[in-house]
Design a protein around this ligand. Sequence first.
Ligand code: ATP
Ligand code: MG
Length: 432
Amino acid sequence: MASPTPSAPPAVGWIARTLEEGGYDTWAVGGAVRDAYMGRPSGDWDLATRATPREVQKLFRRTVPIGIDHGTVGVLARDGTMYEVTTFRKDVETDGRHAVVSFADTIEEDLARRDFTVNAVAWHPLREVLLDPFGGVGDLERRILRTVGAPEERFREDYLRILRALRFAGLFRLEVEAATWTALCSLVGHLPALSAERVREELLKVLDADPAPGRALDLYASSGALAVLYPELDALRGASSEVVGVDRWTHSVAATAELPAGRPFLRLAALLREAGGDARAGLLLRLKLSNAQTDETALRAGAAPLPPSDAEDRDVRRWLSSSGSSRIAALARLDLAWSRAACRLGGHDRTGAVVSSWRRAKQVRSTAPPLAVGDLALDGRGLISLGLPPGPDFGRILDALLDWVLDDPSRNRRELLEGKALELAGSDSADG
Ligand code: ATP
Ligand code: MG
């Protein structure tokens, strides 16, 4: 099978020409070159050069010091894109966690410190020459993932490479070569030494991906990485699900495949659906996501399924109130993915029912019923003007009022709520 020749955007040629005219050897490297040989649309084009960061900064008018310590300068091209230009680097000193970089003289040295043969390829955009010292293109054609050099050594230098291997093999449908796989599996116990941020970004890249993350996630499981990093998810393996003969892990992973690429948090919610509340919270905490991301994901994962389309209005309002009315679409997508996955795995097809539920939830929402305490025609100040003593009881009274209004939205009138509030306050003090 002939491999397609990489075709870099014109800006890559311009950057390379500028550097070459300055006397510096310059190559397109890494992921974009790999993707081109796989016939996939290339992501970011990165360049490697003999020029030092300072020299790069001198040659271009618009630069950004992205990671000067790592030798990386961002060059803003006329096409509006920023390209990363990184000085050739050689063996990076590491403690498995942090890298200490020293610069190299040649592209060959630079390629030798890269993680996998398929990533250790360089393309000269002007001379149109491929540099592939470790046989990466052949490995791509035979669909093999292997480290550059001795696997155990390379994984020990940076344990993140274990997770990168699982991601690349899973997403690109590569077979992990035997020695690489053996070393990788024997070292998963070191993964907790990685920073939470790097582990999280890897997981999000898997979940963000097109095609679906299923194969990469299954490699997380079969390598043992899942048990080490995400025991809450590993516990779903072998646990029986609503689909006969299918475990919860398989169902959850299948659901991620039914959700769109580019929505990693929606897929994460699907993955966390079958984990218990505490397990979910623990895992999300370890990922160190933002508070908003953590809360949203936990809510989506823990939300009750949409009420059936023949449910009473009040039940739909209660669901909208507890799930958040702005969340209908996300939760419906989750329910849909869940039932599509079940169906694909041989279970009942509930897809039609979910679509009807979705329609019904939207219809009830469109009547704009009060769904939150803030929607009530009476607030804390209103309670004070009734002569009630301010205090923690207010929250309880307002919640009870909302509950009363969810049963019947026509009750959301100030005078009715005042009467009910006095009744609630009275019954409370009577109870002592
Ligand atoms: P993608 O961008 O799709 O995640 P990529 O291969 O471009 O894939 P990047 O993280 O963008 O991955 O890194 C660019 C290149 O840098 C890689 O192709 C690889 O050559 C090298 N590289 C990145 N991370 C490491 C690492 N931890 N160890 C060794 N080389 C690495
Ligand atoms: Mg990249």
